[in-house]
Design a protein. Structure first.
Lengths: 774, 157
């Protein structure tokens, strides 16, 4: 609408989350909270070897265990190469996985599965499956994977889409713009940084779980903790050989995802066990299994070379990536691509760019989507390199960012060159408040007063650091969301969306977007989401897409319903629709002042005159992906004797356009910041020489607790994204990109050493001090 | 074996396997607010109050509650009539995915029963055995402090 004729009633308000009351009351809203009579327990036999051929599987003893109803293994299931990555079509990840293979590729890889009447019977059956392995030499690092004569991890002939299976390369990219080598050589100053991120875990508190059962019509229902219900339906159908029309996927409330549930790991196994037994089947990973057999962040080494003029304006950026995708290539190409595509456009002043790298297979757990999706790894190296450049030039790091960051009306060639596993889409920036974010964040942390001062307090030395980041809002040319909005006979509304709320609050936000258009309180919009039988398509909750992509679909549906409401009211009031306006639960004539309430309109359309259903379905395909922006500032204290690093304060100022639900947007930032602090200080999966993860659990793998959390201040800096619903862009991922570089840079401010290998443990701090002689 | 205990104000007398974990028993009795995040006592999602003390129900066996009072979030408030502590979690935006929420609410309840005027650090200490991966704990601490204020203002029942 051209002119705002009224105050916003729903958008920009932190209303009660629509699912909040049932969550605080402890209602049975999660996947496994539904008790199904007669449900069997499904369990998976994990591989004890990092790399082995399966010579034989003998299930006779296992099948004889009382209560065992089915045993699956490579000998009795269909062999369909697929990818567990729940992505759009065409799928950009290689088809290098089958349900059960004749070979295992990491400790924890699935060998077989059982369904039994009880957990105990299932465990006993797993213990009685006799598997003979021919153990193969294992590849336990990306360097080993590339060595001459390295064991080939994917030698199966039926895999598709692997970049170079013979050399263990799942994916590779090389995208040059201009002439980077020459620009680096000719630059006034050149610096570089190489940063490494290890294996780390999403650690959603709800483990992966699924219920598979048959409805009254014999259709297969999967009630599952997923971020991608529609991809689950498509992929499970193909893998188990079922008509997709016979599958219904329901996503109830889910206990966190962060990308790990963009992966189809348990669903096809549960589906097949249900099909074989004709019984409901429940499956859940143990926490240990979540660590090794769900998905992890891609461990990476990222090298960034920067060339700049003396005034700090960048002339060249070279970014090279070595990504470890583990035993399978889920998201291998797309996460790799995002390392560059979500970082390089931020500093668009550099005319010469090169982004190149590869994702290699190893016999270690499988990496996948994790909040930040490559950008986190990229920003670590890029923003540490920027700090090095600022130091070398003697320019304040904030000022260096100011001289280089992208602005409204500008573009970057990277938008067009790098997409999700293919070319991207050219776009210009229509909203950017990064300058404000930098100003506000620097002010809040006391940047001018305290940076470079090395305040000491006993053994603790304090320092300040900062970083910037952007992300995207959905995937151009791939993401599509649809929404159906129905007006009921009482004048209230039902909103049906395929969008997947994984705890982010998207059901609430989508209701707000509709309520704003309809001029009603949010509680007049009942939201039902993520059910492939009853809600229209949505690619799912990933790539920071829901507010922008699904939100735009909801807004379009609401605009059409708005039009229909005015049409009904125009007939009833005998006025022109153009003279009517929808406001505060009623339609009112600007000319005559006559009013008709929404309940009268709903009643009339349903029962009285010219009967019809007031409803609309609309979809939105993502034509561009407007980036949110953020500036991160932190104060750390480093114990110079023990090397312990404490984050004292963390300030993030972020531009997500209009914050539809400010409290939820802050919550996304706060949670992402603490996950990022976990990456920076504590979190690392460790492996024995056998390839076995030795800290797969919350006791040995340290997640930040409330005592580790610093004071986190999340500041929303508004902008207006003209293509977003009510001006909104994304917020869910960007926050995790800042802590690694900001904390590394703060440690440098305190101690004069650069920590480039995460996490920054006391040992690494002390070792780097010793190496630097400081 | 048979055990008797009080569950959310109601007396239970029932047959249990001596080795049955308390978490499993309570879920079997319909208390689905009890979540299993790890099964090893590290995450706190299965927290219940036994005689007012917050404990990990995944680390207890059913016979250990013989003769004791057990409370879960189901016993604290309802959808239509939430306890002020539940309301405070909603109002403060302390609920994202909600999986850790019942456990968080119960450890907060234990704290506020002892101490109506906790400092932010005391709140952080009290909830430190309960992991949340969504919120960064910021708004959970806010919620507990808000509930404490309401308690001091006599708004608790």
């Amino acid at each position: 609408m051209a002119v705002e004729t009224r105050q916003r009633v729903a958008v920009g308000r932190s209303v009660t989350k629509v699912d909040g009351p049932s969550l605080v009351a402890g209602k049975p809203v999660f996947t496994l909270d539904l008790d199904l009579p007669g449900a069997l327990v499904g369990k998976i036999l994990p591989s004890p070897h990092a790399h082995a051929a399966i010579v034989s599987v003998d299930t006779s003893e296992a099948e004889a265990v009382p209560g065992v109803r089915a045993v699956l293994h490579h000998g009795n299931v269909p062999r369909v190469p697929y990818t567990t990555a729940g992505q759009g079509w065409p799928e950009p990840s290689p088809y290098d996985t089958v349900l059960f293979d004749r070979k295992v590729r990491f400790v924890g890889d699935r060998v077989a599965a059982v369904a039994a009447e009880t957990e105990e019977a299932a465990e006993e059956a797993l213990a009685k499956i006799r598997v003979e392995y021919d153990v193969l030499p294992a590849v336990l690092s990306p360097e080993d994977a590339q060595a001459d004569g390295a064991p080939v991890i994917h030698d199966e002939p039926d895999a598709e889409g692997i970049y170079d299976a013979q050399h263990n390369i799942a994916a590779a990219v090389d995208i040059p713009v201009g002439n980077v080598a020459r620009a680096l050589a000719e630059a006034d100053v050149a610096v570089e940084a190489t940063c490494e991120i290890p294996y780390s875990q999403h650690a959603a508190i709800e483990p992966h779980c699924v219920l598979a059962y048959f409805d009254e019509a014999g259709r297969l229902v999967l009630r599952t903790s997923t971020q991608v219900p529609f991809h689950v339906r498509r992929i499970v159908a193909r893998v188990v050989g079922l008509d997709p029309a016979r599958i219904r996927v329901i996503k109830p409330r889910i206990g966190g995802g962060f990308g790990s549930k963009q992966e189809i790991v348990l669903e096809p196994v549960a589906a097949l066990l249900a099909l074989r037994t004709g019984r409901p089947v429940r499956m859940a990973y143990t926490r240990q299994e979540v660590f090794v057999a769900s998905r992890t962040r891609h461990p990476m080494r990222v090298n960034v070379k920067l060339g700049a003029r003396e005034d700090g304006v960048l002339q060249a950026i070279d970014m090279e990536v070595l990504s470890n995708t583990g035993a399978y290539g889920a998201h291998a190409l797309t996460v790799l691509s995002n390392v560059g595509s979500k970082t390089l456009p931020l500093y668009n002043k550099a005319p010469h760019l090169r982004f190149h790298g590869k994702a290699v297979y190893t016999n270690l757990p499988v990496a996948g989507a994790y909040r930040g999706y490559g950008a986190t790894q990229g920003y670590f190296a890029l923003e540490v390199a920027m700090d090095v450049l600022a130091e070398k030039l003697g320019i304040d790091p904030v000022e260096l960012r100011r001289r280089n960051h992208i602005r409204v009306g500008e573009t970057s060639p990277i938008f067009e060159k790098i997409g999700e596993g293919r070319e991207g889409t050219a776009q210009i920036i229509r909203s950017c408040a990064l300058g404000e974010c930098l100003r506000i964040g620097a002010d809040r942390i006391g940047w001018k007063e305290n940076r470079g001062r090395r305040r000491e307090d006993g053994p603790w030395v304090h320092g300040l650091g900062m970083a910037c980041a952007m992300q995207g809002s959905g995937i151009t040319g791939v993401d599509m969301a649809a929404a159906t909005l129905v007006m009921q006979d009482d004048g209230s509304f039902r909103l049906l969306v395929g969008a997947t709320d994984l705890g982010t609050g998207s059901d609430t936000i989508l209701a707000q977007i509709a309520a704003e258009e309809l001029g009603v309180p949010v509680d007049r919009v009942l939201v039902y989401s993520s059910d492939t039988d009853f809600t229209p398509f949505d690619t799912g909750a990933y790539a920071s897409s829901t507010t922008y992509v699904s939100g735009n679909a909801v807004l379009r549906a609401a605009q059409e319903v708005h039009r229909q409401i005015l049409a009904v009211a125009a007939e009833a009031l005998e006025e022109r629709a153009a003279d009517l306006e929808l406001t505060a639960g009623a339609v009112q004539s600007r000319k005559t002042g006559k009013r008709l309430s929404l309940s009268e309109i709903g009643h009339r359309a349903t029962y009285v005159t010219d009967q019809r259903q007031i409803a609309a379905t609309a979809s939105f395909a993502c034509p561009e992906s407007p980036p949110p922006f953020a500036a991160f500032f932190c104060e750390v204290a480093v114990d110079r004797e023990t090397g312990v690093v404490r984050v004292e304060r963390f300030v993030v100022a972020a531009d997500c356009g209009t914050a539809i639900h400010p409290q939820a947007a802050e919550g996304q930032l706060e949670g992402a910041i603490l996950q990022g602090i976990g990456h920076a200080l504590y979190e690392e999966m460790l492996f024995a020489n056998s390839g076995r993860c030795v800290n797969a659990g919350f006791f040995d793998y340290k997640l930040p607790s409330s005592l580790d959390a610093p004071q986190i201040e999340a500041i929303l800096v508004p902008s207006e994204e003209p293509t977003g619903p009510w001006g909104a862009k994304s917020i869910s991922e960007i926050g995790i990109n800042g802590p690694l570089p900001a904390i590394s840079n703060a440690i440098h401010d305190a101690m004069g050493v650069r920590l480039t290998q995460a996490p920054f443990t006391p040992e690494r701090v002390l070792l780097s001090r010793r190496a630097a002689g400081k | 074996m048979k055990i008797s205990f009080e569950l959310n104000g109601e007396l239970k007398y029932l047959e249990v396997d001596p080795g049955e974990r308390l978490a499993a028993l309570l879920r079997r009795l319909g208390m689905k607010s009890i979540k299993e995040g790890c099964g090893t006592g590290d995450c706190g999602a299965c927290t219940v109050l036994v005689d007012g003390r917050a404990v990990r129900s995944c680390l207890m066996v059913a016979p250990q509650v013989q003769g004791r009072r057990v409370m879960t979030v189901e016993g604290l408030g309802t959808l239509d009539d939430p306890h002020p502590l539940q309301r405070a979690f909603l109002d403060s935006g302390a609920v994202q995915c909600g999986f850790c929420t019942p456990g968080m609410i119960l450890v907060a309840h234990e704290l506020l029963t002892r101490n109506s005027s906790p400092t932010p650090d005391q709140v952080r200490e009290a909830i430190s055995g309960n992991l949340c991966r969504c919120t960064g704990y910021v708004k959970i601490v806010d919620a507990v402090l808000l509930a404490a204020r309401w308690k001091r203002e006599g708004k608790w029942r």
